[in-house]
Design a protein around this ligand. Structure first.
Ligand code: DGP
Ligand code: NA
Ligand code: NA
Length: 209
């Protein structure tokens, strides 16, 4: 019988170390003979991704509702590719997902409610595990590169952090990210491997449905 891969999502505020950790997790899984691939949202290489990239670098402006739907569309563009990889036994390590989608938009506090914000995400694949890298916005603020893009202010990151907390469920693990890169990678990998094993014969399901 063929078995599926696991859908592993890494979430966190800006500069919480997600991208480095995603690469380390991937390398570690591959070293252990677990086939895995990296996916990152937003995917700035697609047509929607180009516009999202301009928005984030402040060279394009869009209404909050429009950018919300574009980020979501950017995830929908990859849905079938992700499903194919997973059903072919490939584990996916995903750098940000629908939780960033809802948290970053909700943090704008402009009247878009949680139900409205979640709605375009419904039907995307449900992660088997969400690893949330928890780091105080005050620590994040000191990190290299912070402040370069649209959302990177202390106040906004604090709001995003509180919005993420509203989205936690039993697939989430909150991990203290204020530790060395290697130690953190070790902790994350130790969370991922049992999940890869556990979900092998479970069906895929949809997020928030
Ligand atoms: P990153 O490349 O991971 O630093 O993400 C770029 C920025 O985009 C970061 O500030 C988080 C934000 N972001 C990621 N996904 C979404 C989303 O779906 N909606 C909104 N509004 N922002 C997002
Ligand atoms: Na960023
Ligand atoms: Na980043």
């Amino acid at each position: 019988m063929s078995t599926r891969g696991a859908l592993i999502v890494i979430e966190g505020c800006d500069c919480s170390g997600k991208s480095v950790q995603c690469r380390n997790i991937l390398e570690s899984l591959n070293n252990q003979g677990i086939p895995a691939e990296l996916i990152r949202f937003p995917d700035r290489t697609t047509d929607t991704g180009h516009l999202i990239d301009k928005y984030l670098r402040n060279t394009a402006d869009l209404p909050d509702q429009v950018i919300h739907l574009l980020f979501s569309a950017n995830r929908w563009e990859l849905r079938s590719k992700m499903e194919n990889l997973l059903t072919n036994g490939i584990t996916l390590v995903v750098d940000r997902y629908s939780f960033s989608g809802v948290a970053y938009s909700y943090a704008k506090k402009n009247g878009m409610n949680l139900e409205w914000l979640k709605s375009p995400e419904r039907g995307l694949l449900k992660p088997d595990l969400v690893l949330f890298l928890k780091l105080e916005p005050n620590v994040i603020k000191q990190r290299k590169g912070f402040g370069e893009e649209r959302y990177e202010t202390l106040e906004f990151q604090e709001a995003v952090f509180r919005c993420f907390e509203l989205l936690t469920d039993d697939t989430w693990k909150i991990v203290d990210a204020d530790t060395s890169v290697d130690k953190l990678s070790e902790i994350l990998v130790s969370q991922v491997v049992p999940v890869v094993d556990r979900v092998k014969t479970l069906p895929l399901s949809n997020l928030w449905s």
